[in-house]
Structure formats: C-alpha cells, structure tokens
Design a protein around this ligand. Structure first.
Ligand code: MRU
Length: 348
C-alpha cells in the first residue's frame, strides 16, 4: 500500500510504505542529494529517527508507527506464540530514539493499545500505521485552511526550522499554512530562519518552498529581531515538538528568542500543530525533556571543523516558549487565541 497526494497539496512524499518496508527520503543529504533509505527492520527505524534521517515531530511519529509494524513482523518470525513480549521491548527502544517530540510516544502508545486479532495481527497493525499516516495528511489540510484564514492579504511572514512535507505526512503544519496562504495570495514575503546548527531552514524549508513555487528569503537566526524591527513583519509562524497542557511550547532552539522578539515588535505569533503534539500529561514546559546533541553540530559545518580547536559547546536543540507569548494555537480541533490551561482542557 502506498499513499499519494494530489498535486495541489504536498508535491512529494518523504515516507512511502511498501508492504514490508519503509522508503525514507534521507533528510541529512538534502538539498544536494535525494537519497532513499530502505528500512526493513525496527532498529533501522530507530536509527533513522535518532540520526535525523527523518525528523520533525509528526514524521517521527509516522516512522515509529511503521517501525512498530516491522518490529512485529520480526518478533512473530522468531516466536509466533509469544511474540508480544519482545515486541513491547522493541517499541521501548523505538520510543527512546529522541526525547522531545511527543508524537513518537503518542504513535507507539496508539499501536500498543489496539486490540489485535489472533489470526492476523500484522494486517491490523499495518492498517493502524497507515491510518496514523493518512490522518496526518488530512490534519495538515485542516491546519492549512484554519491557519491561513487568520492571515490578512498583503502580509509578510517569518518561520523557523522545518515544518513542511518533510516533517509531516502531508503539506506540513506551520509551512502548510504558509504555502496555503501564499497560494491564496495573502502573502507578499516569506522569510525563513536558516536554523542553526542543523540548518533545517536553509536546507529543508527553502527546498520545500522552492518546490512549491513559494519565493523564500533566508535570514540568519540572529537577524530575526532586526527583520521585525526594520521590515514590518506581520506573523511569526512555527510548529512544535510538544505543547504542554498549559500551552507552553517546545520547539527548535531559537523559537523562544524569535517569539520574544515578535512580542517586542507587535508581530502576531501562530503555533500550528496536530493534536497529537499536545501532551495533556505534561503540565508545563518545565517538564518537557530537552534533547542535547553532540558538540560537533556546533563546532563543525558539513563535516569541517569551524570552531577553534579545543572549544566545546552547549547544544540544546529545543527551547520552551511560555504560553503567554503565543497569540494563536492552531490545531485540527480549532484555533485557540491566547492559549492557556483552561482553553486547552476545553478542546481536549
Ligand atoms: O530536530 P528536529 O528537526 O526534529 O526539530 C523539528 C522541529 O523543531 C519542528 O519545528 C517541529 O518538529 C515541528 S514539525 C511539523
């Protein structure tokens, strides 16, 4: 079974399920090389998530769901009767691949919670993984329609990190809103932070925008405040890896400073997420685990050492934006203005 999109939506699919394996577009090599990985085993799915061959909260969740199917195949081949115990261990390993994006645990919990028929559990698991993928595609459409409806014609937007088709099942979250708003003629300019240290903005967002024929102007992350002060930006639109029950937002490092700058300059802020990114079990941002990655992501670029020999680094790859800096939280369940614990609980 494969999924296809209509041309008016995402113009490419980075994850393609092929009955017994997952084809994955390797995001580490973009935009210079379009190389596809063939994942046949659950541990390959865990490695692909950990090593950023696939990244972005919804895409991580979808990959993990297919990884759970691959794990079940392997466990049943080894022990047809008692496969579930080893399968649960395998899911635990998948869950550890990255800590911040809640969609990973959400997708695995959903795979674990379904009732499996004795005769053909694999078909049921495959059906659920495909449903998770398809629901994200549909959800992206809703997010794009809801979020773009907030944007007045003639607006200029800034985004951070990568939230488009590479990071999701469909057209994207924040970037889906931006692509849709551009197609509706609501935008005059789209700016994207390059997003240090991994350059999701300059490598991935710029690639996606260009493929969707949306002109993209890159800025260095440190230029965001001055862009707002000097160029009349109307919106800062971002995705999230996890939204806590009180509306605090964990997203790519640099989001918090861009949000602070937006508040300071009267720029509207929009956080666009599928409901699977809202974690009602985490009360506030202080309880969200923040992933720390290797020094080399900062000290090196493209495999070349650029920092002075001997320098180390502090490399948290996410930060927390307090809910009070978020003007609009857009989910497929609806739009919340000035999100807080009570408003999110109502939608939940
Ligand atoms: O480290 P990454 O590239 O997985 O971080 C991704 C982000 O921070 C995205 O903004 C977030 O996952 C939203 S994706 C729709």
């Amino acid at each position: 079974m494969t999924q296809t999109e209509t041309a008016s939506e995402a113009l490419f699919q980075p994850m393609i399920w092929q009955q017994d394996h997952l084809q994955l577009l390797d995001q580490r090599l973009l935009p210079h090389q379009e190389h596809w990985l063939r994942l046949e085993h659950a541990d390959q799915a865990a490695t692909a998530i950990r090593d950023l061959a696939v990244r972005g909260a919804p895409a991580i969740g979808i990959t993990a769901a297919y990884g759970a199917v691959l794990a079940a195949c392997e466990c049943r081949q080894q022990d047809k009767a008692g496969w579930r115990e080893e399968w649960i261990t395998q899911l635990g390993k998948l869950a550890q691949a990255r800590p911040t994006a809640v969609n990973l645990g959400w997708a695995l919990d959903r795979m674990l919670s379904i009732e499996l028929p004795e005769d053909d559990p694999l078909a049921r698991l495959e059906q659920e993984a495909i449903a998770i993928h398809q629901e994200d595609i549909n959800c992206n459409r809703q997010l794009a329609a809801l979020g773009s409806g907030l944007i007045r014609p003639g607006s200029r937007v800034l985004t951070h990190c990568n939230t488009g088709p590479l990071a999701t099942g469909g057209i994207g979250t924040a970037l889906g809103v931006i692509i849709s708003a551009w197609q509706q003629g609501r935008l005059t300019d789209v700016f994207a932070d390059e997003t240090r240290p991994w350059l999701q903005g300059s490598r991935l967002t710029a690639w996606e925008l260009t493929r969707h024929q949306v002109p993209c102007q890159l800025i260095i992350d440190g230029a965001a405040a001055w862009l707002m002060a000097s160029q009349g930006i109307d919106w800062l639109i971002v995705g999230a890896d996890r939204v806590a029950a009180n509306g605090d937002v964990a997203n790519k490092i640099g989001t918090y400073s861009a949000m602070l700058a937006a508040r300071s300059h009267g720029v509207n802020t929009m956080v666009v997420v599928p409901w699977s990114t809202v974690d009602m079990n985490t009360t506030d941002g202080g309880n969200i685990p923040i992933e720390q990655r290797a020094d080399s992501e900062i000290t090196n670029i493209g495999g070349h050492q650029i920092a002075a020999e001997g320098a180390t680094s502090w490399n948290p790859v996410f930060d927390i934006t307090p809910a009070e800096l978020v003007d609009f939280l857009v989910t497929e369940r609806g739009i919340i203005a000035n999100p807080d614990q009570a408003k999110i609980a109502e939608l939940a």
